[in-house]
Each structure stands twice: as C-alpha cells, then as structure tokens.
Design a protein around this ligand. Structure first.
Ligand code: UDP
Ligand code: MG
Length: 141
C-alpha cells in the first residue's frame, strides 16, 4: 500500500466558488481514483490540529480561521506515486507561482485561499487519511 495513496481537501474558498466538480474532474483526468470522500465543516479545534505542524508560523491563526470558515471536501486518492504526482497536479502553494494548468493556477485565489490541500509525504498522507477517515470509510474497488 505504501506510496499509492494521498490525501487532499478541497478548501472552503473552492467549495464556496462552486469548483468541487471541476476539481474532481481534473483529479480523475490525471488518473487518480477516489477511494474515500466526505464533505464536512472543520471546527477551529480540528483545523488547528490538522495544521499543528504550522503552529509557530505567522499565518497559522489565519489558516485555522479560513479552514474552519465553511465546508471542505476531504478525499483519499489512489494512484502509483500518488503523493508526488498529486503535488505536481496542484502546483505551488502560491497560485502566482503555480505552473499553468495546475489546480491552484486554475482555481486558487491567493497563497492562503489556495483551493486544495495535498499531503507532502507518504507518512503525512497516512496520518491525514487516518485523521479524517475510519477503515470502513475507505474502499477498494
Ligand atoms: N499558507 C498561508 N500563507 C503562507 C504559506 C501557507 O496562508 O505564507 C497556508 C496555505 O493555505 C497553505 C497552508 O498554509 O496551503 C499550508 O502551508 P504549506 O507550506 O504546507 O503549503 P502546501 O503544502 O499547502 O502547499
Ligand atoms: Mg503542506
């Protein structure tokens, strides 16, 4: 299993803008299989725990407020080399620096409100998947 799953969230800005369908379409077109998915609104506590690694960064409070400001869509994706390929598909954190055609270039508003999350390592993907989904909520098909 190691190496073939990653975790993403469609963030509140992209949900509010009506981009859920378009983003999932890009994800499917790039060869990722959706094996778990749910829409939920994160509490400030849960958003803070999810991004705990950034606790000391200057943007942390703003990030927690933004990520708990409206519903997100949490998704587990399967593909060979999932983590690295998905980071390529979403592009740089700052949409101004994201390669043309990437999800952030197409849909992100700013470095903070940047449309999607993508796990940055296999280890973090596994942690983030377990944070959002039970085993029964993850499928093989
Ligand atoms: N972020 C921000 N300002 C910054 C850097 C990051 O608001 O200067 C937010 C942004 O939403 C980003 C998230 O914090 O997606 C996590 O930051 P990270 O550096 O992990 O970027 P990512 O892995 O999402 O590309
Ligand atoms: Mg990150």
């Amino acid at each position: 299993m190691a190496g073939n799953r990653t975790f993403t969230m469609i963030k509140p800005d992209a949900v509010r803008a009506g981009h859920i369908g378009a983003i999932l379409e890009k994800i499917n077109a790039a060869g990722f299989k959706i094996v778990a998915m749910k829409m939920e609104q994160l509490s400030p506590q849960k958003a803070g725990d999810f991004y705990a690694v950034h606790r000391e960064r200057p943007f942390y409070q703003e990030l927690v407020e933004f990520m708990s400001s409206g519903p997100i869509v949490a998704v587990v994706l399967e593909k060979d080399n999932a983590v690295e390929d998905f980071r390529k598909l979403i592009g740089a954190t700052n949409p101004a620096e994201a390669a043309p055609g990437t999800i952030r270039a197409l849909f992100a508003k700013s470095i903070g409100e940047n449309a999607v999350h993508g796990a940055d390592s296999d280890e973090n993907a596994a942690r983030e998947i377990a944070f959002h989904f039970s085993q029964l909520e993850q499928f093989s098909y």
